[in-house]
Design a binder for this molecule. Structure first.
Ligand code: PHE
Length: 357
């Protein structure tokens, strides 16, 4: 008969000496595996006399229990030690300062889009969008450009290949098709601004084939040119962050508005630099007017019931004016040195409470 006391000492000594999880597993196999010493003792109990079993049974079961408890405890201990070692090795010092230099910058055009939208949102406008690839109906016909009318040529349109039915898709030449899409899908009162990219086949110091506009549309009973002028003056005052701003509406022509006007702001060109707000000169900054009855009709509205006004302006121009950017083309060269100079901090959102820029 095995000396149970000696076996107990031996197994516990083995367990004491085991210093990693594999060694502990080996002790477990030595004791409790199929051919383990404790398993053999348990098997041997079958051949014992009842008296022997009464004496040795509790001892053998006691050993089985105590050694398996000890093994489990040691495994837990080792697992915890492994985890602690790993936590120590993978430690991150969250109190370290963040990297000093932020690389990314917000492009001035995106900054100005944000600023303009913030101002109009504050006046109760919501944002509308339309596709860059348009059809003739939304870009021209519904906006009261009759087929073959010379006004279409003024837009230097980029056309796609003719389709089988003879129609051609195009890159929108202005954001005004979003007026049409909004009137067709929404019921008055309507108050939207539509920012986006626009395209014309034109390129020189003040024109790029792709540029940005924001469109405004209000359809509400009883609105008139006075409201239009008020909204635009409020916008210009907020955008240029000037209390006193002098503007004038100059008669103009657009097929989709009647009457139509361009709005100029007072500026000063003396001394080479352009200054907005005071001076003897005027600078044109946007087109606007009352929505033409034919446009209302094309969008399923009755001009005797609904009136509205619309305006559209070039975002790139506004960005150049506000931030003193001399050449339009530099905006699109993706030169990081330029962006570093003219770009904006990414984490600072323009808002009316703390200032727009
Ligand atoms: N769509 C015109 C343009 O691109 C601007 C405009 C919009 C004028 C709305 C009047 C009303 O020049």
């Amino acid at each position: 008969m095995t000396d149970i006391a000696a076996l107990t000492r031996e197994l516990f000594a083995q367990l004491d000496a085991a210093c990693d999880e594999a060694a502990v597993e080996q002790v477990r196999l030595n004791a409790l595996g199929k051919k383990g010493s404790v398993s053999e003792l348990l098997k041997g109990m079958g051949a014992m006399s009842p008296k022997e079993r009464q004496t040795f049974g509790p001892l053998i079961h006691g050993l089985k229990q105590s050694i398996s408890d000890a093994i489990a405890a040691k495994k837990d201990l080792l697992a915890e030690a492994t985890l602690n070692a790993r936590l120590l090795a993978e430690r991150v010092d969250v109190t370290l300062p963040s990297r000093p230099e932020q690389r990314g910058r917000i492009h001035p055009i995106m900054q100005v889009f944000e600023e303009v939208q913030t101002i109009f949102a504050d006046m109760g406008f919501s944002i509308a969008e339309g596709p860059d690839v348009e059809d003739d109906f939304h870009n021209f016909t519904a906006l009261n450009f009759p087929p073959k009318h010379p006004a279409r040529d003024m837009h230097d349109t980029f056309f796609f290949e003719e389709k089988e039915d003879g129609s051609r898709m195009l890159l929108r030449t202005h954001t005004s098709p979003v007026q049409v899409r909004t009137m067709l899908s929404e019921k008055p009162p309507i108050r939207i601004v539509a920012p986006g990219r626009t395209y014309r086949c034109d390129s020189d110091q003040t024109h790029t084939p792709m540029f940005h506009q924001i469109e405004g549309l209000v359809i509400e009973n009883g609105v008139h040119m006075g409201h239009l002028k008020g909204v635009l003056m409020e916008f210009i005052r907020a955008f240029f962050e000037l209390d006193d701003i002098d503007v004038r509406l100059r008669p103009h022509h657009f097929p989709f508005t009647e009457p139509s006007a361009e709005m100029d702001v007072r500026c000063d060109r003396s001394g080479g630099a352009l200054k907005i707000g005071t001076g003897a000169d005027w600078l044109e900054i946007l087109g606007c007017g009352m929505v033409h009855p034919n446009v209302l009709r094309a969008c399923g509205m009755d001009p005797d019931v609904h009136q509205g006004f619309a305006f559209g302006m070039g975002i790139d121009r506004l960005a150049m004016l506000k931030y003193g950017i001399p050449d339009l083309r530099d905006m699109f060269t993706s030169d990081v040195r330029w962006l570093k100079h003219y770009g904006f901090e990414p984490m600072v959102q323009p808002n009316l409470a703390t200032g727009l820029s």
